[in-house]
Design a protein around this ligand. Structure first.
Ligand SMILES: Nc1ncnc2c1ncn2[C@@H]1O[C@H](COP(=O)(O)OP(=O)(O)O)[C@@H](O)[C@H]1O
Ligand SMILES: [Mg+2]
Length: 317
């Protein structure tokens, strides 16, 4: 790709990372990797650890642009994007609306199901004190395995596979940090089969990666512990499955109006040959070995070039 001559790389580029959510450490790893790439590409970059005084920091430091390497609440849900819009500081990745919808899994389903993308059903979950119940009291009990997870977290934090719905753990199991707001949970039938993911860059789907792990579940540890999971790309799945996953990932990115890069996660029930989207991530992991840089590299765009492209395209809403 030819370099756009009109962009001045000498202005301060701040890489926002960290924060105070459970995904802070994952974000720092993304941020440091993107910082290294930005420096190699000639940007005048610095990392900024995000704390509650972020508005003051941005006003004082007046960056020419921001690389958003935040993950999770505040950084991925439209909040930081709104602040950057107000301050007229161009930023990488998606804007307020796409970020807010994508961060909230039921809102994502509501926005994308009418476009023909299949999601797991939402099961009704009631919480009474510490006692949780799935289904309606006057309906037959749902007795297949279910997944309970926060509606607006990432990195598999708080995702729990429950084999027997009649033995749900107490709600307090999900309250890791009493200082943070109580998690809002959702429940879905567990989709058996295989785990696939597709990155979309500038509206175009790249390829399909299959993720396998030795744990029976793709939890936080499997995602981030060394050797916790293996990536196969392109995934060894039938063409119609790969094509469906890529088409739905691009549709989701474009319907929500995502910018830069996104990554959509899928389950493929290979017995029934049914593909389900789980979610779209507007701030996917960005270390050199993360799923998105792996896919761009496979398609001929190195990690450094990816960061460079995202910075060149930085904008406000
Ligand atoms: N309904 C489901 N059926 C099977 N596995 C699921 C389901 N929901 C989540 N998972 C597993 O948990 C992981 C994390 O869930 P996901 O919905 O992608 O949330 P996040 O990545 O934001 O934490 C998925 O990658 C998948 O392995
Ligand atoms: Mg996910």
């Amino acid at each position: 790709m030819t370099k756009r001559q009109d962009i001045d790389r000498s202005g301060l580029t701040l890489i926002l990372m960290g924060g105070w959510t459970a995904e802070a450490e994952v974000s720092r790893n993304s941020g440091k990797a993107c910082y290294d790439s930005a420096i190699r590409k000639g940007w005048t970059a610095e990392c900024l650890e995000v704390e509650r005084d972020i508005a003051q920091q941005l006003i004082t430091r007046k960056p020419a642009r921001v690389f958003n390497a935040l993950h999770g609440q505040m950084g991925e849900d439209g909040n930081i994007q709104g602040l950057l819009n107000l301050l007229e500081i161009p930023y990488t990745h998606s804007g307020v609306l796409a970020s807010a919808i994508a961060m909230d899994k039921p809102a994502t389903k509501a926005a994308l199901s009418p476009h023909g993308i299949r999601f797991p059903d939402d099961l009704n979950i009631t919480i009474d004190g510490d006692v949780m119940c799935i289904g309606h009291p006057n309906q037959p009990k749902f007795n297949a395995p279910v997944v309970i997870k926060p509606r607006n977290d990432g990195s598999s934090i708080g995702v729990m596979l429950i084999e027997d719905c009649t033995k749900l753990p107490p709600y307090s199991t999900w309250i890791q940090n009493p200082e943070q707001s109580a998690p809002q949970l959702m429940a879905e039938p567990m989709i058996p089969g295989r785990e696939l993911t597709v990155a979309v860059l500038n509206g175009q789907p790249l390829t399909v990666t299959e993720i396998t792990q030795s744990n029976h579940f793709y939890d936080y540890e499997a995602k981030y512990a060394s050797g916790g999971s293996q990536h196969q790309l392109p995934a060894d799945v039938p063409d119609h499955v790969a094509e469906q996953a890529m088409a739905w990932a691009a549709l989701a990115h474009n319907v929500l109006g995502c910018r830069g890069v996104s990554r959509s996660d899928f389950r493929w029930d290979d017995d029934k040959d049914e593909l389900y989207m789980l979610e779209i991530n507007t701030q996917p992991g960005m270390t050199a070995t993360s799923l998105v840089p792996e896919q761009t590299a496979y398609c001929g765009t190195s990690m450094d070039d990816l960061v460079d492209q995202l910075l060149e395209a930085a904008q406000c809403d």
